[in-house]
Design a binder for this molecule. Structure first.
Ligand SMILES: Cc1cc2nc3c(=O)[nH]c(=O)nc-3n(C[C@H](O)[C@H](O)[C@H](O)COP(=O)(O)OP(=O)(O)OC[C@H]3O[C@@H](n4cnc5c(N)ncnc54)[C@H](O)[C@@H]3O)c2cc1C
Length: 400
């Protein structure tokens, strides 16, 4: 089936309205607080921005229509999320920030009817936030999810979970967690994981230290989370027992792409600021933007933006066909995470001293985008997987 590169009139209208909302309502709040969501008021500002987004008709473009969302598929999300990402606070305002957006996506695919009412509905409506708890301190799950050490032991009527997670985004103030725990096998085994749902106030669930990282725009921090004899009933199993790794793929492929969409918007803002500046700034008898080495940086940014969009379109199209799209999302994620870093870095360079100052948002953009080369799979892990697939295909072709 050919890839259709046109958007419907409704989606085009939504792109325009999202652009206007983010630039007129959200960007000024981000700029006033230097892109620090905690300094801006944390959940209080989230709630007020989300109310404004609802009033503007741009709220929750990804969520199921039955829960107040706009029900967009992956291909249509791409340009809308990119517009939202133009401000670091835009995704929060539209309720499409990580990890809630990915959790909505996964719950919409896997949750049973009761779980949809208890967890998906309030999350989609922005009534609470959530955490996705997978990564563990060494020697546990990180780049290699199979190293999972958190255990869920079967007990009467449910499961008892013990373990430690870290870097759990949004944990402080989350209403509930999706927890990845081992229900069979040993650390290192490629199966045997299960996903569980647990309210944040369940006895035995404790949010610990905030791990200070480069970024400041994600609400609720990146925290340690402890499970100390946490009891979860059988009804809290998300999907089926021992199928957690399979479900993680339902979340991770699309979540990688929505990160690309949002960070592409942020990078584009950086590029727009830099180009506007060098179009006027003069030096050596010309405008900086007319000097060859500056032109190279501008052109490289344009190429990186276009190439990122193209890879995104391909991967989203595959996901919308119901494909797993493992290779396409790995390729798009790896290229985009690095391209976005280059775009922001070139933008800083073009702006000289102002580029690294707080007078422009470029320095903070650079802090925000750097971790993307690590989460949702470090570049090295994606390259490793892409190469393994290519070599495997060559072997199969050679040996039939
Ligand atoms: C800002 C931020 C937010 C996060 N939010 C969440 C969250 O909400 N929930 C959650 O569960 N986790 C979250 N994480 C954790 C994130 O998913 C992990 O950091 C990531 O999976 C890498 O795991 P690790 O940190 O344990 O690195 P390690 O597994 O220790 O890897 C370290 C490095 O080793 C190299 N490496 C690893 N494998 C290979 C390979 N096959 N080939 C070559 N080199 C390799 C890579 O360079 C990698 O960066 C977050 C992380 C950050 C930074």
């Amino acid at each position: 089936m050919p890839i259709d590169l046109t958007y419907s009139a409704d989606v085009l209208d939504l792109i325009e309205r999202t652009r206007a909302f983010v630039r007129e309502t959200v960007l000024p709040i981000e700029d006033e607080h230097g892109g620090d969501i905690t300094a801006a008021g944390g959940d209080e500002i989230r709630v007020s921005m989300q109310k404004a987004a609802r009033d503007a008709g741009v709220f929750a473009p990804h969520a199921p229509v039955e829960f107040g969302g706009l029900g967009l598929n992956m291909s249509d999300r791409a340009p809308v999320f990119e517009e939202a990402g133009y401000s670091l606070f835009g995704p929060t305002a539209l309720n499409i920030a990580a990890p809630d957006e990915g959790n909505v996506h996964m719950l919409a695919h896997i949750a049973d009817p009761d779980q949809r009412i208890q967890y998906l509905e309030p999350l989609a409506r922005g009534e609470l936030r959530s955490g996705f708890a997978m990564t563990e301190p060494a020697p546990g799950a990180g780049s290699d999810p199979a190293a999972l050490t958190t255990r869920a032991a079967k007990v009467e009527g449910g499961w008892r979970i013990n373990g430690v997670k870290h870097f759990i985004t949004g944990a402080d103030g989350a209403g509930f967690f999706i927890i990845m725990a081992r229900t069979s096998g040993e650390p290192g085994d490629r199966g045997g994981a299960t996903m569980f749902l647990a309210p944040a106030d369940a006895p035995g669930l404790r949010v610990g230290r905030h791990i200070t990282t480069l970024d400041r725009a994600m609400i609720g921090g990146h925290c340690e989370v402890y499970f100390e004899d946490l009891f979860v009933p059988d009804e809290a199993v998300l999907g089926a027992v021992d199928r957690g790794y399979e479900y993680a793929q339902v979340r991770l492929g699309p979540a990688r792409m929505t990160h690309v969409m949002r960070w592409l918007g942020a990078a584009r803002r950086g590029h727009d600021i830099a180009v506007a500046r060098v179009a006027e700034r003069e030096g050596f008898g010309s405008r900086i933007g007319d000097l060859g080495m500056a032109q190279k940086m501008i052109a490289d940014n344009e190429i990186d933006i276009a190439a990122t969009r193209a890879l995104l379109v391909r991967a989203c199209w595959e996901l919308d066909q119901g494909d797993h799209a493992g290779n396409a999302t790995s390729i798009a994620k790896t290229f985009a995470a690095e391209a976005i870093g280059r775009i922001v870095d070139n933008s800083i360079q073009l702006c000289g001293g102002l580029g690294v100052s707080d007078d422009l948002p470029l320095a903070r953009l650079s802090r925000e985008v750097r971790p993307f080369r690590i989460y949702d799979g470090p570049s090295e892990v994606h390259r490793w997987a892409i190469a393994k697939r290519a070599v495997g295909a060559a072997r199969r072709a050679a040996h039939g």
